[in-house]
Design a protein around this ligand. Sequence first.
Ligand SMILES: Cc1cc2nc3c(=O)[nH]c(=O)nc-3n(C[C@H](O)[C@H](O)[C@H](O)COP(=O)(O)O)c2cc1C
Length: 422
Amino acid sequence: MKEKDQEMEQKMPLLTGIQVGRKSLPNRIAINAMECCDADTGGNPTHTAFRRYERLARGNAGMIVVEALSVVDENLGRQHQLTALPQNQKGLTDLVSAMRRANPKPLIVWQLTHNGELANPEFSERVCVKPFPGYEGRLLTEEEVDGILDKFVTAAKMAHDCGADGVDLKLCHGYLGSQLLRPFNDRKWKYGGSWANRTRFAYEFYERIAKEVKDPDFCVGSKVTVWEGLPGGQGSAGPDTPLLDLSEPLELVKGLEARGAKFIIQSAGNPSLTLPLVQTDKRAAEYGYLHFWFQKELRKALKPQTAVIGSAYSIYRDGKNAFRGVKREEASFLYWANKNIREGVCDMVAIGRQSLADPLLAAKLEGGREAEIDWCTACDNCIEFLIRQKPVGCSTYEREYTLELKEIRKAQGRLAESEKHT
Ligand SMILES: Cc1cc2nc3c(=O)[nH]c(=O)nc-3n(C[C@H](O)[C@H](O)[C@H](O)COP(=O)(O)O)c2cc1C
């Protein structure tokens, strides 16, 4: 190894190259999937989505996960959600091409999902695998889940045809992939009860992709909630307890690896029910320790060639957070990302909210322009946009979204006022 590379490996392992699947990536920064509610009514990327993804490509992160694309259009969670259906083929091909033109280096994968019980009944049909308190929905039949699996496979083949490098089968955050895996899914059916039944959907997806997309370069992986923090949630010890038991999540990722997974993106929680676990809250930054521990356990369970990608790093920013019990200079994003990679806790670090604050983070670091980085303040206004079904962006650094947020809050105020008088 050249002296310069060795020096970099010591100081900034985040900026060293890594191979994921068969592609060599320029650095160990990944862009986490971020739904931004800016598709058109047919689920196609709009001008705003193109602008976001071209900017991310220019930002030179090693890997870009394109936000959760629904494989159906009848169970949507967002009114303006991207879909991966045959009618979207042209729009999505153009999107991938535009990203490649901006920068051919990043690994581009699409996150594929079905909303299940998180579909929004205000404009779509909510369906479930077993009625979860507070959510419920129409119970899916075995035949319907067989059909949904076919749609995931079709969408993955389309990702391949559109020029993406691979897909992330979403098994996190309480969406359908996650609902099927939960111990709570103790319904006696083909997709529930025993571990073999609960993993059937995920495992069959991987097995079918290996057979049906005969391209060794096509890179498949999953974002996995290690612990959902709910009674019967993913990673809990049984259908009625929230107590953590890592046996199933570790078994799951090993099973995915055996079926061809090239990367696992670690996550935790469920944004609808245990949000601070998914997106660590700046007032309780210590939750981040849990994510580090999950990453370490995944890393130990998997083969060295399967990349473990850690999530929930945005709150560390430049150390201005409420991470107690550590020195300020040891509380920053660069400190933790580099330390965790150096010590083998994870192989790559994914950024979610930080990627909205500064899509150019990797390029700025590589260019020695650290002082120019716009650090995410974890204000969580981006989540407010998402909850309100509005196009998502960073209201701290992008004026267009600052103004939009003001309008949203004004409208909310007017609504609250009118409700008082009815
Ligand atoms: C606006 C917004 C949209 C998100 N969309 C997705 C998504 O499409 N898929 C997903 O797996 N996670 C999604 N997440 C979660 C992030 O990918 C990430 O796991 C989480 O924000 C923690 O990382 P961070 O601390 O870097 O933000 C979203 C989060 C936010 C704030």
